[in-house]
Design a protein around this ligand. Structure first.
Ligand code: NAD
Ligand code: MG
Length: 491
């Protein structure tokens, strides 16, 4: 099992839906603009495949300049009415979305797995509950913002929000973006990643089902060019981006000097620090979950393991033994732990970095097991004898590859952990609370997990520092990112 625990609403049994539910996928998918499904103006499209089989799943409309403009206009037009909608009513809409996501959770989980390659158990037990939880959480906020702001009316949202999301948690990232924006009275144009558009388009169906006013949420599909046209559109008030640091930097440059407010959630190279006095059994599971959850396609993955030298040999042996128990294969099989790599391009990036790791002198270990003939696969991989200067210790691999280093003192652990331009997440394992807090104070990371890893909760702000970006999602900070003025002392 590589499943993080998450505190989510416990009123729905996500696992109880009928296993046999067949999910049909229409051959052609359109854009969702102004509450309607419409063709791309120039009729352009691109295919999406199942990365576990390479079988084409559907053709997706490719939004060009005219479509982007149309979507921004629809969001602008809807803004007046949505701003005037009573906060309580905005909250009710978010509750309805959350409920409908629960009711359609089995279908959404299967589709998420088919389009993106992640194990069904993860889609079902992590992505879907957290997606619904984000809508529930923000539904509750909608009519309470005025209390926190100490105003008689709800504080103003920012306006029209352009939101671009990645392929690693497609539906969950859509929820992280849409739910707070709507709670705060903004309207939205969301662009999912090109390899995983299908669940966002089902979310569009749900928006129709729950009578979301036309134009409040628009979902446009396409690749990087569509994303660029959207964030560069002159009538956008706010840009929220999750993805690679290189694209994040381009977006920051394009927004500089404009009226646009910007938040960026970028890459990471999370250090996972294990002290000799740690609860070792739990630490093993935490390290496994930290890097082999979602094939390592996790921005906050614990991709660098720093283990205290005195226990390193034994700890690494136990991680290797544990790796042999990870089941790789068909993502739709509920016994699968590690699914397919999201795309051929990502697989090639991972392979390239693994080859570099070997060339630069690190020791590679991976488990041997049969892989399906078709599809994009990478075995769980571990590197020892890693030097801080090695590429695999510095670059985000975004795959199932763990780089192990050792340390002798807490000071050395901190120095190594912080020796990265990133600063998204970190994990510390120790039985000594004072040591844990001392480490947390000194780690340069937006999120520090103590004796756990990859735990998420909509009430807890998530985001990075340094080249991992700025702005938070979740918690009061996540709301502040969609409000014009600061709220409760938080901006
Ligand atoms: P990416 O940054 O290229 O893509 C993320 C999203 O941005 C997609 O929707 C994409 O279509 C869009 N996009 C691409 N170029 C754009 C542009 N110029 N303007 C606006 N939007 C644009 O990421 P990727 O190529 O899919 O993955 C590459 C690397 O990014 C990964 O190896 C990983 O390191 C990192 N990544 C990080 C996260 C994260 O959660 N922080 C998620 C996905 C990928
Ligand atoms: Mg796909």
């Amino acid at each position: 099992m590589i499943i993080p625990h998450s505190s989510t609403t416990e009123d729905w049994d996500y696992a109880s839906a009928p296993e046999s539910l067949k999910v049909s996928v229409a051959e052609v998918h359109k854009l969702f603009i102004g509450g309607k499904f419409v063709k791309a103006a120039d009729g352009g499209s691109f295919p999406t495949v199942n990365p576990a089989t390479e079988a084409p799943l559907a053709s997706i409309a490719n939004a060009g300049e005219k479509d982007v403009d149309r979507a921004v206009r629809a969001a602008r037009k809807a803004l007046r009415g949505w701003r005037r909608t009573k906060p309580l009513e905005r909250g009710k809409l978010l509750y309805r979305i959350a409920r409908r996501i629960q009711e359609r959770s089995r279908e959404l989980a299967v589709l998420e797995t088919m389009d993106g390659g992640k194990p069904i158990r993860e889609s079902r037990d992590v992505d879907l509950p957290l997606t619904a939880a984000h809508f529930f959480h923000h539904a509750g906020w909608a009519d309470k913002l005025s209390y926190v702001a100490r105003q008689s009316t709800a504080p103003d949202g920012i306006g029209v929000c352009a939101q671009v999301i990645p392929w690693n948690f497609p539906l969950m990232m859509a929820a992280w973006k849409i739910a707070p924006a709507l709670a705060c009275g903004n309207t939205v144009i969301l662009k999912p990643a090109e390899t995983t558009s299908l669940t966002a388009l089902r979310l569009a169906e749900i928006l129709q089902e729950v009578d979301c006013p036309p134009g409040v949420v628009n979902i446009i599909t396409g690749a990087g060019d569509t994303g660029r046209l959207l964030v560069e559109h002159s009538d956008v008030d706010k840009v929220a981006f999750t993805g690679s640091t290189s694209v994040g930097k381009q977006i920051a440059r394009s927004c500089a000097g404009s009226k646009k407010r910007l938040t960026l959630e970028l890459g990471g190279k999370g250090p996972h620090i294990v002290f000799a006095d740690a609860p070792i059994d739990q630490a093993i599971e935490g390290v496994v979950r930290g890097i082999w959850f979602n094939q390592g396609h996790v921005c906050c993955a614990g991709s660098r393991l720093l283990v205290e030298e005195s226990i390193a040999q034994d700890f690494i042996r136990r991680i290797r033994d544990r790796m042999k128990m990870i089941r790789v294969g068909d993502p739709l099989d509920k016994n699968t732990d590690l699914g397919a790599i999201n795309s051929l391009a990502q697989l090639n990036t991972i392979k390239g970095l693994v080859e570099t790791g070997v060339r630069e002198g690190a020791d590679r270990f991976d488990v041997k097991c049969a892989l399906p003939e078709r599809g994009f696969w990478h075995l769980p991989t571990l590197f020892t004898r890693v030097q801080p200067s090695h590429s695999i210790a510095r670059e985000e691999i975004f795959g199932p590859v763990l780089s192990v280093m050792t340390f002798r003192t807490p000071g050395e652990a901190i120095a190594r952990a912080n020796d990265t331009p990133y600063g998204l997440s970190a994990g510390v394992w120790t039985n000594k609370a004072s040591k844990a807090y001392e480490m947390a104070q000194q780690l340069r990371a937006g999120v520090v997990w103590l004796n756990c890893f990859n735990e998420f909760d909509p009430a807890s702000p998530f985001g990075g520092v340094r080249e991992s970006g700025f702005g938070r999602e979740g918690g009061m900070q996540g709301l502040a990112a969609y409000l014009r003025e600061e709220i409760g002392g938080v901006r």
